[in-house]
Write a protein that binds this ligand. Structure first.
Ligand code: FES
Length: 176
């Protein structure tokens, strides 16, 4: 590891920490320790740790962010910079099923807008919203790497491809 990389330091700008810091069970702490041990530079574990905090708390809430800042010796701002860059990290409560419609070129040309509008109408929400029962959230995201089977969306970790409004209905109605 080059000197340059091991010497990465957080900026000195002070950032207020929320009072509450998330707490986790000894099992989760052990899982977090295991990830931290993989990297010579603590901050490199930011994404795996974010996924754990999100899994345990439903989304990256302020106490979760505060916890990550402490464990990784980073500023709150450093955590938010990463959290707000990735569409798979949620900084607000999210529905049980997160529908992410790809809006990039292939999907756009083959009807992504129609798919998004159909989901929005069927669920009674706009892009960026969650249904009142907490079951569905709807987002538009950039290319999900499945351009050959456009238009497509991802629901949680599953891809659904070659979508039509009828196929969307079948997929959503089959969800438990
Ligand atoms: S453009 Fe939609 S998956 Fe790539």
């Amino acid at each position: 590891m080059s000197q340059q990389l091991t010497n990465i330091q957080p900026l000195s700008q002070p950032v207020a920490m929320p009072d509450e810091v998330a707490k986790f069970s000894p099992e989760i702490e052990a899982e977090i320790d295991k990830h931290l041990a993989k990297y010579p530079v603590k901050r490199s574990a930011i994404l795996p740790l974010m996924f754990i905090v999100q899994r345990e708390r439903g989304y990256l809430d302020p106490p979760g962010v505060s916890y990550l800042a402490k464990r990784l010796d980073l500023r709150i701002t450093d955590i938010w910079e990463v959290a707000t860059f990735y569409s798979m990290i949620h900084t607000r409560p999210i529905g049980k099923y997160h529908i992410q419609v790809c809006k990039t070129l292939s999907c756009k040309l083959l009807g992504a807008d129609k798919i998004t509008a159909h989901c929005a109408e069927k669920l009674g929400i706009k892009v960026g919203e969650t249904t009142t029962d907490g079951r569905f959230s709807l987002s538009e995201v950039e290319c999900l790497g499945s351009c050959g089977t456009a238009p497509m969306f991802q629901i949680n970790f599953d891809y659904h491809e070659n979508l039509t409004p009828e196929k969307v209905d079948r997929i959503l109605e089959a969800l438990p």
